[in-house]
Design a binder for this molecule. Structure first.
Ligand SMILES: Cc1cc2nc3c(=O)[nH]c(=O)nc-3n(C[C@H](O)[C@H](O)[C@H](O)COP(=O)(O)OP(=O)(O)OC[C@H]3O[C@@H](n4cnc5c(N)ncnc54)[C@H](O)[C@@H]3O)c2cc1C
Length: 393
């Protein structure tokens, strides 16, 4: 027998769970079904992420989204109400330190710092001497300028955020099932319903495609497409006994790597030289990323990395938007009833609170209410009109 929901959400990661929460909060009584094939989230980007938040973006809309995310991440129980399963996210406010290695990069850094400060971010520019004074273990000989977010940036419990949204959405009446959207049906050019892998058929007024790296796969079920592809990233957990700095910021290095402390150890990753689309099921760590690329660069940045031990590594995939490395949020004009929340290109976790709220608003009322995310809509993708984010880490 076919059941009916107002909204079916494909994917229960950060985006699907946040959207389900906001739908139930903004429209009490709404019937929402979230289909998530793996409630352990073992292979979801939300679980495999570096779980960090920053205000240092080049595009004002991303600064605004992260500023809103920050409010919720700082105190999730207060934001979501007293619900079982919503806990504190242990936000560590160590900041991000972006380093510029050329005059051109420094000029761009100055320009975006002013914009970020204008939106309330604590970004401060630092000359190489200031950086060396504050972080004496860093090599700054090749650094032209630094940009440091001393407040409102750091890292937090990623799965605490997902589980918090999930618990609050359930408390609001959303139904989560262990299942996969396997087909999409239309009638008269409009969405009619979905079929699940279990064989269940669901009629629905709206489908939210929140399937992370598999968003294009779900869109194709509706005869649509999006330029979003999986891009593999291997994250390494490293111990460097002569470089233990648990109070360090997340450092975005112009050599093309990032690193941040994880307790006494470090997390770090590089952008592979042959970056491109990959198999979404490829979870084998690329050990050569560390030996051939990361290690020499870590050592160049801090001599304490001379002796290191890789404790473990894992693979996650960016849901990479080929057009402009920015989120795609909103209705798909090609098929009324289909809504997209995807393509976050490595900075989505922190944006889930704002993105989920925005998508719920546009789905319920036809337009964004609290934060105008219309520049992130599907239209610019269909028109091939990039709305760029340059600070992709
Ligand atoms: C290594 C790495 C580091 C990162 N670091 C950060 C960071 O520091 N800060 C930050 O903000 N972001 C970061 N990100 C990005 C962030 O993790 C993602 O943008 C975000 O988690 C995406 O959330 P999502 O819900 O769209 O995707 P996911 O968490 O991947 O969830 C999508 C879900 O859809 C489900 N699904 C797939 N197909 C179907 C289907 N047919 N039907 C139903 N469900 C389906 C999957 O099982 C999955 O659980 C990082 C990502 C990676 C890989």
């Amino acid at each position: 027998m076919e059941r009916r929901f107002d909204v079916v959400i494909a994917g229960g990661g950060a985006m699907g769970s946040a959207t389900a929460y906001w739908l139930t909060r903004l429209s009490p009584g709404i019937a929402v079904l979230v289909a998530e094939p793996d409630p352990s989230y073992a292979r979801s980007a939300s679980a495999l992420s570096a779980a960090s938040i920053r205000a240092q973006f080049s595009n004002p809309v991303n600064v605004r989204m992260s500023r809103f995310g920050l409010e919720m991440i700082r105190d999730l129980p207060a934001a979501l109400g007293r619900v079982d399963g919503v806990g504190d996210l242990g936000f560590r406010e160590n900041g991000y330190l972006f380093l510029a290695g050329s005059a051109a990069a420094a000029a761009a850094m100055r320009e975006v710092a002013a914009m970020q400060q204008g939106l309330g971010a604590a970004t401060q520019l630092m000359a190489p001497g200031d950086i060396a004074g504050r972080f004496p273990w860093l090599a700054t000989g090749d650094v032209v300028l630094g940009s440091f977010g001393a407040r409102g940036e750091g890292w937090f419990d990623n799965m605490g955020l997902v589980q918090g949204f999930r618990a609050a959405a359930r408390a609001g009446g959303a139904v989560f099932v262990r299942d996969r959207v396997a087909g999409v049906s239309a009638a008269g050019g409009r969405l009619a319903g979905v079929e699940l892998a279990s064989g269940a058929a669901m009629a629905c007024g709206a489908l939210v495609v929140a399937a992370g790296t598999r968003v294009d796969e779900v869109m194709r079920m509706a005869g649509l497409d999006l330029p979003v592809e999986p891009r593999k990233r291997t994250v390494f957990v490293v111990d460097a006994p002569a470089a233990r700095h648990p109070d360090a910021p997340l450092i975005v290095d112009p050599q093309g790597i990032w690193l941040r402390p994880e307790g006494a150890h470090w997390l770090c990753a590089t952008t592979p030289e042959t970056d491109g689309p990959c198999d979404a099921d490829d979870f084998d760590p690329d050990a050569t990323d560390f030996e051939a690329d990361l290690w020499p660069k870590l050592y160049a940045r801090a001599p304490g990395f001379e002796a290191v031990k890789v404790l473990r590594s894992w693979v996650g995939h960016y849901e990479y938007n080929r057009l402009d490395q920015n989120a795609i949020i909103g209705p798909d004009p090609r098929m009324p009833g289909v809504f997209v929340i995807a393509g976050f290109s490595g900075h989505g976790l922190q944006q889930a609170p704002a993105a989920g709220r925005g998508l719920a608003e546009v789905l319920l009322t036809g337009r964004f209410q609290s934060l105008d995310l219309s520049d992130l809509g599907v239209e610019r993708v269909l028109a091939g009109r990039p709305f760029l984010e340059r600070a992709v880490v």
